[in-house]
Design a protein around this ligand. Structure first.
Ligand code: FAD
Length: 383
């Protein structure tokens, strides 16, 4: 008889990879399948930041910011080789957020996450401390710190650990069907291989609805909104190892981040889309990002300065707000009613919170797992 796994995970993005690592380390048997290469979808199209999400404070998402700041500390410790604390400068703009508001936000940001090795925020003089980068209309700025990460490597390191602890990981195999049978899940891969598992975890990122509707074939009450975020890459706009958090007049922010020593990574945008496949930047998004740079920097750029671009799709939980105000938090949808074996759908999330999300998945599934009362461990062991 073929082996029956404790968990089957659809999707080897950061969330699937994190769950596979965590669960394998607790002695659970795990099968993870990805339709492409692990970590090659949304998890490598991010802004590559492990961050608290300063701007989420404006949406009163204190719980999310607190958890993210705590995770920033943990991930910097367990993945020190691929993370790098980086100063971010917010140029002050009179007509937008007041100095008092920014200072208050930064005070919260410095303290919400508890003890940290990351330096605290401060006010800076842009004319003397960081001269000849921004236009003279910006004289005051605020400096705070976040952490840069190699997002794809973070996925791969989680996957490698999971493999070393016995997880079966398969790439380039789409899950085409998952059937809830009397003795568990029967999952069909695109080469018609059938895998049996007790619990199914759907970590398909922006393909979550597609998977729920066409692979698992159940009705769900949850709805997600697909929002494209694009970045452009140019030769570096300045030499200093600092990033900028630019405030746009539409109240959004755009990051300018040092990228692979020679380049600047500029993003992102927010555009609602219908489908999660093959996201690509539009001309309009390019101009939005270029205009933002030209409104702030002495160096002016045009489309001919763009060396490359990439886009990713945020699967945001639909709550009918402006995209920038929709929560970046994750929610679980555990299906047990009318089912012989549990199904956990994962909606939303951030790179930053993947480890905590993975722990909470185990907590949520605890009543259905063959191994009980296992200790959380991923915050202690280096990747
Ligand atoms: C533009 C942008 C910038 C971002 N910046 C940041 C940031 O700086 N910091 C941060 O913390 N977060 C950031 N995020 C959020 C973060 O990138 C995502 O939350 C995270 O990568 C989502 O991971 P995931 O595992 O859910 O999805 P994904 O990485 O998309 O993984 C899902 C996987 O499922 C697979 N899959 C789908 N369907 C099937 C199927 N039927 N069978 C098998 N496999 C399947 C896909 O191939 C894919 O590999 C950003 C997001 C975007 C879009």
């Amino acid at each position: 008889m073929s082996k029956k796994y404790d968990l089957f995970i659809i999707g080897g993005g950061i969330n699937g990879a994190g769950i596979a690592r965590d669960a394998s380390g607790r002695g659970l048997s795990v099968y993870l399948a990805d339709k492409g290469k692990v970590g090659s979808a949304t998890s490598s199209w991010s802004s590559k930041l492990i961050h608290g999400g300063l701007r989420y404070l404006e949406n009163y998402e204190f719980k999310l910011v607190r958890e993210s700041l705590k995770e920033r500390e943990v991930i910097t410790n367990i993945a020190s080789e691929i993370t790098n604390p980086l100063p971010f400068i917010i140029p002050y703009k009179k007509k937008l957020r007041s100095k008092l508001l920014i200072k208050f936000g930064l005070f919260l940001y410095d303290n919400l996450g508890g003890k940290t090795k990351i330096p605290k925020s401060s006010k800076v003089n842009l004319m003397t401390d960081y001269s000849n980068i921004l236009q003279p209309k910006f004289s005051t700025g605020f400096k705070y710190y976040d952490v840069q990460v190699d997002d794809k490597k973070l996925v791969e390191m989680n996957i490698d650990d999971a493999k070393n602890m016995g997880a079966k990981i398969v790439e380039n195999k789409k899950v085409i069907n998952a059937k809830n049978e009397s003795n568990g899940w029967s999952i069909t891969l695109e080469n018609n291989e059938i895998v049996k598992a007790s619990i199914l975890i759907n970590a398909a990122g922006p393909w979550i609805n597609e998977t729920v509707n066409n692979v698992i074939n159940i009705n769900t009450k949850k709805s997600i909104r697909l929002v494209r975020g694009s970045h452009i890459i140019t030769r570096k706009l300045y030499n200093e190892e600092i990033a900028f958090t630019l405030q746009n007049n539409d109240n959004r922010i755009v990051f300018v981040i040092p990228h692979n020593k020679e380049y600047s990574l500029i993003g992102t945008t927010e555009v609602d889309v219908e489908k999660p496949d093959n996201p690509k930047i539009s001309e309009e998004e390019k101009f939005y990002l270029i205009d933002t740079i030209n409104d702030h920097f002495i160096k002016q750029i045009s489309t001919s300065d763009i060396i490359s671009t990439y886009s990713g799709i945020r699967p945001l939980i639909e709550d009918f707000k402006e995209a920038s105000k929709v929560t970046r938090d994750y929610i679980f949808d555990l299906n047990i009613q009318n089912m012989n074996a549990p199904l956990l759908n994962i909606y939303g999330g951030k790179l930053t919170t993947y480890r905590k999300l993975s722990e909470k998945v185990i907590e949520e599934l605890e009543p259905y797992l063959p191994i009980k009362k296992t200790k959380n461990w991923t915050h202690l062991k280096k990747l």
